[in-house]
Design a protein around this ligand. Structure first.
Ligand SMILES: [Zn+2]
Length: 288
């Protein structure tokens, strides 16, 4: 799933190509993709794109008065198209979920696609980005100037959950998902199971620095990448996430994994948990 760095890079990629251009057509192909009905998607047609921005993991294509917002979810992606065919796409079993065509004879634009059967890709046509419930609920963004160490300390102060889950919770902090929470915790040398409220001032400070450097580095790597290469770039830059069984790039210990029903986390025992493997509840349940 694309997270803050990839969505930030996609926003930059799209801003360069869409700003100042008029939208000719927006064609939903998959039935379930559009989550709003007022204003209709056709309200975007004929309008000029004035901005492309990111809110957490949401992308926001702004025109005067109407926004098209989308969330790529687990398996959604954006494919830039230099030349789209004149005939409208037909609904079918392919991954194409929505097509946006810019005005002009060359018919450039993009396709939103989604692989797999678990559909999560969501498109909203709204008057204000905050009309999207997922955006209205977002916590502060790590790249916002207002996101200071004190703000982070305040967010964690009464938080009874484990830090891994807190970092992924979009209503606490916007933009970090399963992959970058693993990366931030590895950089901070912190156990994913640590209770957020029990972090000391020094630990919060280390976590804050790690969050900033991991996300900034990832954005630097992603910036200027074409939409098509972002996924590979994300994967190549990750140090522990998705790398169970491989050596930790910091200490050489074997990266381990804990599996849950919907996801898994990866960590380095030497760097993060004093050398002790974390309990894998699902595994221990199966062994009983
Ligand atoms: Zn390590």
């Amino acid at each position: 799933m694309p997270e803050l760095p990839e969505v930030e890079a996609l926003a930059g990629f799209l801003a360069e190509r869409l700003t100042g251009r008029a939208i000719a057509r927006v064609l939903p192909v998959a039935v379930s993709v559009l989550k709003t009905y007022d204003p209709p998607l056709t309200a975007l047609e004929g309008r000029t794109v004035t901005s492309v921005t990111r809110h957490g993991k949401f992308l926001d294509i702004g025109t005067s008065g109407v926004h098209m917002v989308f969330h790529l979810a687990r398996a959604g992606w954006l494919r830039w198209q230099e030349k789209l065919p004149p005939e409208p796409p037909r609904p079918g079993r392919g991954p194409l979920a929505l097509r946006l065509v810019l005005d002009g004879p060359e018919r450039t634009g993009f396709d939103l696609t989604e692989a797999g059967t678990r559909k999560g890709l969501a498109v909203y046509c709204v008057r204000e980005p905050s009309d999207v419930p997922g955006i209205a609920r977002l916590g502060p963004d790590p790249f916002d100037e207002a996101f200071t160490l004190e703000v982070l300390a305040g967010l964690l102060a009464d938080e009874r959950r484990q830090i891994k889950g807190v970092l992924r919770d979009q209503s606490v902090i916007a933009g970090i998902g399963n992959a970058y929470s693993d990366e931030v915790l590895h950089a901070a040398r912190m156990s994913p199971y640590k209770l957020a409220a029990r972090l000391t001032g020094d630990e919060i400070s280390v976590l804050y620095e790690a969050m900033g450097s991991v996300l900034r580095d990832a954005v630097e790597r992603s910036r200027g990448q074409a939409a098509g290469t972002l996924k590979a770039e994300k994967k190549s830059g990750l140090r522990v996430h998705g790398r169970a069984g491989q050596p930790c790039p910091v200490c050489g210990d074997t990266i381990r994994e804990v599996s849950f029903s919907e996801s898994s986390l990866q960590y380095c025992p030497t760097c993060q948990t004093g050398g002790k493997p974390l309990a894998d509840r699902r595994l221990s349940r199966l062994l009983k």
